[in-house]
Design a protein around this ligand. Structure first.
Ligand code: NAD
Length: 473
């Protein structure tokens, strides 16, 4: 059936009609383009309580953008930002945020100085005057300290409270196509926050909303890092790369400078070769459940590239049926493709020292793995297992400076979702804070964030790429 809602949205008369009958009219989301010279442009208001730790990294990160950095003239953090501005050679203008003409593309709140619940008032003081002054496609970032690492219960409680605040901010700004995130930065990991700041302030994070990321200590030094080609000379393997999200991941990794090897089943070889040749990459036609696949992959990368820098476990299938009516081969196939084969491949790459020190493992989970989904017991189990794999391996791999993270997509516009019945598809699309489905590139950009050498401090995270979908939120 024709997608009536979608066609109404594509004409100005249709959009007017939807507004009149109070139906959601989503904002067109800005996405990264290669022509863009700055990760954020426009006014960015910074602030927080007086004793935050992150003024230096916020200022030096913004110094490398076209943003006009501003601080409220009565902000308790004004002195800290003035000092850091001098160090970072960035101009920070003191402004009256309540002035009628004030407009903001970004808001960055350093909440690391919040030590107890009464100091949560600083959130109100910073955000209240400016919430109606955020532009479309705005970016809001709150920074805090991992609650589990806090020095006492009062601080732990207050830092944990930031989650509820940020998830609500995201819901309140979604109608403008704007997104909000919380980044917990461990003590001593201040410099490692740069990669997250750049990602969450940029159009690359268009469909990531209401998420929480933890950044820990790491050795990576970003001096002279090429932020436009973060994966330059890195060897990246993408599974399930012949179409859909996998194709977008392969394109995005190549755009970011990587040598990409695209893997898919032999039956998809024609499409696989097309994707690989379009990006100047290589192809590997292989079924990842083949018992020989882990050894074949390990041998290939040892021989061709003397190692692998990044593996992206994207290949996945669904075979939906309620558990009572599910044939056993549906169960076995989904668990094997989506989870067990990834464990076996990781083992071969790690045991054979094929994944280089400083390497990256990025897995594609799913909203179903977070929240469960009717008729998807096999799929939800496999995708929750992927999150478990990230949790289990993050501390083990940290010794080799290898990170492991996952992205959990929500409703993404692909062949798979285009084939859904219209009512289910419309519900999937609109039940999120941005009132629209995401694009495959949105998943790819989040993967690019974790794959970057500059994201050395990010490990053990699962972030949803779902526009803050209500399911499992
Ligand atoms: P898709 O079906 O278009 O692509 C999946 C690819 O994996 C296909 O090219 C397929 O041939 C390949 N594949 C399957 N079994 C394989 C095997 N045994 N060996 C090698 N390759 C194999 O699906 P998609 O929508 O692009 O999904 C990509 C990933 O994102 C999957 O892991 C999926 O579970 C996940 N995901 C998708 C959505 C969405 O809305 N599309 C939402 C959440 C999660």
């Amino acid at each position: 059936m024709a997608d009536i809602y979608q066609s109404l949205l594509s004409s100005s008369v249709g959009r007017k009609f939807l507004k009149t009958v109070s139906l959601p009219v989503p904002v067109d989301l800005e996405r990264h383009s290669q022509a863009q010279t700055s990760f954020i442009t426009g006014n960015v208001l910074v602030g927080g309580p007086a004793n935050g730790r992150l003024a230096d990294i916020i200022s030096s990160t913004l110094a490398d953008s076209n943003a006009q950095v501003q601080v409220a003239q009565d902000s308790p953090a004004k002195d800290a930002f003035d000092k850091s501005a001098a160090k970072a050679a960035v101009k920070i203008t003191a402004i009256d945020p309540t002035a009628e003409a004030a407009k903001f593309k970004g808001l960055v709140f350093d909440g690391t100085g919040i030590e107890n619940s009464s100091q949560l008032r600083s959130l109100y003081d910073f955000f209240h005057p400016v919430m109606k002054k955020i532009q479309n496609n705005g970016r809001l970032v709150v920074l805090g300290v991992q609650p589990e690492s806090c020095k006492d219960p009062a601080q732990q409680i207050a830092q944990r409270a930031l989650e509820g605040f940020v998830r609500t901010l995201a819901k309140e700004v979604g109608k403008k196509g704007s997104v909000a995130q919380l980044v917990y930065v461990a003590k001593g990991a201040e410099k490692q926050a740069e990669s997250a700041l750049r990602f969450f302030l940029s159009p690359r994070s268009a469909f990531v909303d209401g998420q929480i990321v933890r950044i820990g200590k790491a050795k990576f030094d970003t001096t002279d890092f090429n932020w436009n080609q973060p994966l330059k000379d890195k060897v990246v393997l993408v599974t399930g790369a012949s179409r859909g999200i996998g194709e977008a991941i392969a394109n995005t990794m190549a755009r970011d400078g990587a040598k990409v090897v695209c893997l898919d089943i032999p039956a998809a070889e024609a499409d696989l070769e097309r994707v690989a040749s379009e990006i100047g990459g290589a192809s590997l036609a292989l079924d990842i459940t083949d018992p020989e696949a882990p050894a074949k992959i390990a041998d290939y990368f040892k021989k061709e590239f003397d190692g692998l820098d990044v593996i992206i476990h994207n290949a996945g299938v669904t075979r939906d049926k309620t558990i009572g009516g599910m044939p056993e081969h549906f169960w076995d196939m989904v668990i094997d493709i989506n989870l067990s084969s990834e464990e076996r491949i990781n083992a071969a790459l790690l045991d054979g020292d094929v994944l280089n020190d400083g390497g990256r493992i990025v897995c594609v989970s799913s909203m179903s793995g977070v929240a469960g989904n009717f008729g998807q017991s096999n799929y939800a189990t496999s995708k929750a297992g992927v999150i478990g794999m990230v949790d289990a391996f993050a501390p083990i791999l940290a010794k080799r400076n290898i990170t492991i993270n996952a992205v959990a997509p929500g409703f993404i516009e692909t062949q798979m979702t285009a084939a859904m019945p219209m009512a289910t598809r419309e519900a999937g699309r609109r039940l999120n804070s941005l009132k629209q489905g995401g694009q495959p590139v949105d998943v790819a950009e989040a993967i690019g964030f974790f794959a970057s050498p500059a994201s050395a401090g990010a490990t053990g995270n699962t972030i949803r790429v779902c526009g803050q979908n209500l399911i499992g939120a």
